[in-house]
Design a protein around this ligand. Structure first.
Ligand SMILES: Cc1cc2nc3c(=O)[nH]c(=O)nc-3n(C[C@H](O)[C@H](O)[C@H](O)COP(=O)(O)OP(=O)(O)OC[C@H]3O[C@@H](n4cnc5c(N)ncnc54)[C@H](O)[C@@H]3O)c2cc1C
Length: 303
């Protein structure tokens, strides 16, 4: 029986693992290597890295840092199921084996709904982005295509307009759900809205040059900001009976406790507002502290 099983080896899971390892806990981290932190982006807003650091490199550094602790192990397996409770402990299932632990940290991230066209993954983090705080600054003054059919996309286009006056919005959906208020604001700001869908793109080495729509428009661009939403990876949480917020993300308190005792959640899968590496690292370490406290024998607890 391990002290803690962490599902997800992105910034949140690795941060939790390092903190728990430093409390001398036996930790198993499961990771399939397909998350927000596995694309091509460079993080320029994470403290301590002049010029930025590729998220993939940050993961590699953290994994190396974790390897200093023999009681922590990273396993490249997908966790397909989870069950148990605080009294009996938890069991997680992979395709071939079961593993047990007294506490569980869910750091499973989200699945982003980027536009899909042949080779789309090559562009993510290079010239296809989703968050203004992450990649807006580098794209100031450039030709921006915001993609999405909701008020969130319209709001992103308006915000991008503070960084560039060459912003366009493409709904990329058969629906256009942008409210009249936002339509008025887009018009007033001079942001063209095209209600059409992506057919194909032209570009090379990760740099988008042209989006060709089904209607035959050719839209030149330097960067695409996709505001098409994301689905939090909450399947294991649901199996454990963990409460989700109305947004569909895992409901946690400020210590990263979920509604199920000894189950914690950290990073982008939680309902907390900021989905950034800095927040994921903080939430991971917070979840580790809460799990470590749970693992203390009663005489070490304050009450
Ligand atoms: C293009 C782009 C640019 C970005 N730029 C920035 C930036 O500049 N600054 C910034 O702060 N943030 C940025 N972000 C956001 C940042 O990458 C995320 O906030 C961060 O990766 C969240 O970390 P996480 O550990 O919660 O989730 P993730 O990084 O998504 O990691 C989750 C991990 O869990 C694993 N996993 C999920 N389910 C299972 C399972 N059942 N079994 C085993 N493993 C599982 C996945 O394989 C994945 O490796 C960017 C994101 C994107 C996509």
């Amino acid at each position: 029986m391990a002290d803690s099983i962490i599902v997800g080896g992105g910034p949140a899971g690795l941060s939790a693992a390092i903190c728990l390892a430093r409390y001398n806990r036996r930790v198993l981290v499961f990771d399939t290597g397909h998350g927000r932190s596995t694309h091509h982006q460079v993080n320029r807003n994470y403290l301590g890295f002049p010029g930025g650091i590729a998220t993939v490199e940050l993961r590699e550094l953290a994994t190396r840092q974790l390897s200093d602790y023999p009681a922590a192990q990273v396993l490249r397996h997908a966790v397909t199921g989870a069950e148990g409770d605080a009294e009996r402990g938890f069991t997680v299932h992979t395709q071939s084996q079961e593993f047990r632990a007294r506490t569980l940290i869910l750091a499973t991230g989200v699945l982003d709904h980027f536009p899909h066209f042949p080779g789309w993954e090559r562009y993510v983090g290079e010239s296809m982005f989703w968050c203004i705080a992450c990649d807006g600054y580098e794209n100031r003054g450039r030709e921006i295509l915001v993609v999405g059919h909701t008020d969130a996309a319209a709001a992103e286009a308006m915000q991008m307009h503070s960084l560039s006056d060459r912003v366009r919005l493409l709904t990329n959906s058969h629906r256009n759900e942008i409210s009249e208020v936002l339509c008025r604001r887009l018009r007033a700001a001079g942001i063209p809205v095209l209600h059409d869908q992506i057919h194909t793109v032209e570009g090379d080495k990760g740099q988008l040059r042209t989006v060709v729509t089904r209607g035959g428009e050719r839209l030149s661009l330097d960067a695409l900001f996709s505001i098409q939403g994301a689905t939090p990876e909450t399947r294991l949480a649901a199996q454990l009976g963990v409460l989700l917020a109305p947004s569909g993300y895992i409901q946690v308190d400020t210590e990263q406790k979920t509604s199920v005792e000894a189950v914690y959640a950290a990073g982008d899968v939680t309902s907390l507002h900021s989905h950034q590496v800095s927040a994921a690292v903080h939430e991971g370490s917070q979840a580790a502290s809460a799990a470590n406290y749970f693992l203390y024998p009663p005489e070490l607890k304050s009450a």
